[in-house]
Design a protein around this ligand. Structure first.
Ligand code: LLP
Length: 414
């Protein structure tokens, strides 16, 4: 079920025509459906009903306060990766005791603010980080709750840039090193062992890599128990893929059923860190065709969104559906849908058959995850606005940046 559908050829979200939103707020513009966001969170959570669990939304996927606040109101936890994300999560109403802190490079300042907030757990990714965390916690007079992120050396079969669980990756600690690290943590006065963590990659289509990693993890949890290390939770990370083109996403309930099976009989709480699955299909990016430019062997549709607004095609060769918001009864031509940025990598979509004219509005689908969140000001382009639709109500949840804001914090030499 999707919140985006056609009414007499026009694309709507919930009870609002997308063309109305573009007319009111301009383009480029990200539009999210409240119903789709809430449904995604509830479905995910429900798949684990009956087992002690906590969904910690990986907020890097989409960190708009309105999105975070919707999830916080549902009782969601959050997976953060920076002091900035911590501040955002707290501003959106997150409960500190439901926040896990991931990332290979946490600074002392970030550790201090997370300790002060009272987060659930630090997912520690190296021996050096463990020692620093112990020192920082000692300095502020507390004990840092920790998990180690272990690297199960499993191939998630996804794009290399979003594969994180292979042994050559910068993430996590080697499986073979884990027991010694837990033993070291147990000796340290200012850390408290809470759990264990994996995250093998993103946009994963198959169950098998998840299962392989989970089985390895269970083995390690049992080895640690034999060493006298008791854990409170097991964090499985995120990674479930969504539908961009013709992928058939792994149903959450199948993933959950596999985890129930693998961890049957274990007392630990399961933590999940879904990002893309909760927000990806709940958003579109609206962009308008500025020019049509016929070429010798390719036609270009130059649009007002660019790689600064949506970098996924340029960075991962990612495919996003592109559809006219209002259909035209004309023959389609094959287009390269490109932005105005001075880079050949600045494309939104390639080789798409579209019946369009200059000034037409396009919807770029599945733009709720890693879209606005990865946007930039390259070429001094203000970042787009974000809108959330709730039934027939339309809320501007982030206004468009102004050009003046882009250089307000800069200064020429005296
Ligand atoms: N937990 C950790 C520790 C992560 O690093 C990530 C994503 C997640 C959870 C959430 O993964 P998800 O459920 O969204 O797959 N920018 C890329 C995706 C990068 C993912 C980074 N880590 C993209 O646009 O495809």
């Amino acid at each position: 079920m999707t919140a985006f559908f056609r009414v007499n050829g026009d694309l709507w979200v919930e009870r609002v025509p997308l063309a109305d939103i573009a007319a009111r707020f301009g383009t480029p513009c990200f539009v999210y459906s409240r119903a789709a966001l809430e449904r995604a969170w509830t479905e995910f959570d429900a798949a684990f009903a009956g087992v002690p669990h906590l969904v910690c939304y990986a907020m890097k996927a989409n960190s708009n306060l309105a999105v975070l606040n919707l999830f916080a109101r549902k009782g969601s936890g959050f997976d953060i990766v920076s002091g900035g994300e911590l501040a955002r999560a707290l501003a959106a109403g997150a409960e500190p005791a439901k926040i896990v802190f991931s990332g290979v490079g946490k600074t002392e300042a970030e550790m201090e603010s997370a300790l002060a907030a009272g987060i659930l757990c630090f997912n520690v990714e190296s021996a050096a980080e463990l020692e620093t965390l112990n020192r920082v916690a000692g300095r502020v007079g507390s004990a840092a709750p920790v998990s180690f992120r272990v690297n199960p050396d499993v191939d998630p079969k996804t794009h290399p840039y979003i594969s994180t669980g292979l042994k050559e990756s910068k993430f996590g600690v080697a499986f073979a090193a884990a027991r010694a690290l837990y033993a070291r943590a147990a000796e340290l006065p200012h850390v408290a062992i809470r759990g264990i963590d994996i995250h093998i990659g993103s946009q994963i289509g198959e169950l098998a890599p998840h299962r392989e990693a989970a089985i390895k993890l269970r083995g390690l949890v049992e080895a640690l128990a034999a060493d006298g290390i008791a854990l409170h939770h097991i964090d499985l990370g995120g990674g479930l893929g969504i539908r961009y083109d013709d992928e058939v996403p792994l149903p959450t309930f199948e993933y959950a059923a596999m985890l129930r099976e693998v961890f049957r009989g274990r007392p630990e709480t399961l933590l999940l860190e879904p990002g893309r699955r909760l927000v990806g299909e709940a958003g579109v990016m609206l962009t308008r065709v500025t020019y049509l430019k016929p070429g010798v062997d390719r036609n270009f549709a130059i649009v007002d969104a660019a790689m600064n607004d949506l970098i996924r095609p340029a960075l991962y060769d990612a495919w996003h559906g592109v559809e006219p918001v209002c259909v035209r009864d004309e023959p389609a031509l094959r287009y390269q849908v490109v932005g105005a940025i001075c880079e050949s990598a600045d494309f939104i979509a390639r080789d798409r058959d579209l019946a369009i004219e200059e000034g037409d509005l396009l919807a770029v689908r599945a733009a709720g995850a890693y879209a606005f969140a990865m946007s930039s000001n390259y070429n001094s382009r203000p970042r787009a606005c974000e809108v959330m639709v709730d039934g027939d109500r339309v809320h501007l949840v982030r206004r468009r940046e102004t050009v003046a804001e882009l250089f307000a914090s800069e200064s020429p030499l005296p």
